[in-house]
Design a protein around this ligand. Structure first.
Ligand SMILES: N[C@@H](CCC(=O)N[C@@H](CS)C(=O)NCC(=O)O)C(=O)O
Length: 206
């Protein structure tokens, strides 16, 4: 039984959970947050004991705390101790970064939906849905390549973005976005080298 006050329900392949796991590492909270590998989408799903949604990430903690949704949990963890490292900016700065944040979130959702579609039996899949989401992803990669990604400091949108880009390579390796986007690739390489990314690598595929 873990003595850590917070429990983060996750799965090793969930990119949404990975966002929170990276925040744990970026903020040095490893001794306070237990990672719990939940059996989502099964009758044994442990998340259902604390939330009817049954999704990861879910965070539980003292005084009956139960938080659902990766963005909310990330902000909560970042603000747990002292000044936030990944959310503590002026409103103006936040609005300036909003497009990147929105694209990181949208890309992650699109990749997750498309991945799920491929898990259906072949005769239940929608080729037009798969194609539509694939086009959305290509548009986002192009926009990111053309945009300025270098800000004075990092924030939660950088974490969301590196996770989404990595998840794309993990699930759709045949659609590698890197060869046509050298600027984005260079930014990605810098983020991948960070300890929080390396501590939460996606497992080898079986
Ligand atoms: N918007 C949510 C998405 C979370 C989500 O879709 N999690 C997936 C895993 S990547 C899940 O738990 N799926 C299980 C299910 O749908 O029952 C967030 O940001 O936390």
């Amino acid at each position: 039984m873990s003595q850590k006050p917070f429990r983060l329900y996750m799965t090793p392949t969930s990119p949404f959970a990975r966002k929170c796991r990276m925040v744990v590492h970026e903020c040095g909270l490893q001794e306070r947050v237990e990672e719990f590998d939940a059996r989502v989408r099964t009758d044994e799903n442990e998340v259902l004991e604390v939330s009817p949604l049954g999704k990861v990430p879910t965070l539980t903690g003292p005084n009956g705390l139960t938080l659902v949704d990766s963005s909310l949990i990330s902000e909560f963890l970042d603000k747990l101790d002292g000044p936030p490292k990944l959310h503590g900016f002026t409103d103006q700065d936040r609005w300036n970064r909003a497009p990147k944040w929105a694209l990181a979130e949208g890309l992650l959702e699109s990749l997750a939906w498309r991945t799920r579609e491929f898990r259906r039996p072949e005769n239940e899949r929608s080729p037009s849905f798969i194609n539509y989401e694939g086009n959305r992803q290509q548009r986002i990669y192009d926009w990111l390549e053309a945009s300025t990604l270098n800000y004075e400091y990092r924030d939660i949108s950088d974490i969301g973005l590196v996770i989404a880009l990595d998840y794309s390579l993990y699930r759709f390796p045949e659609e590698d976005w890197r060869p046509l986007r050298p600027r984005l690739s260079k930014w990605f390489e810098g983020e991948v080298a960070r300890p929080a990314f390396q501590a939460t690598l996606l497992p080898a595929k079986i």
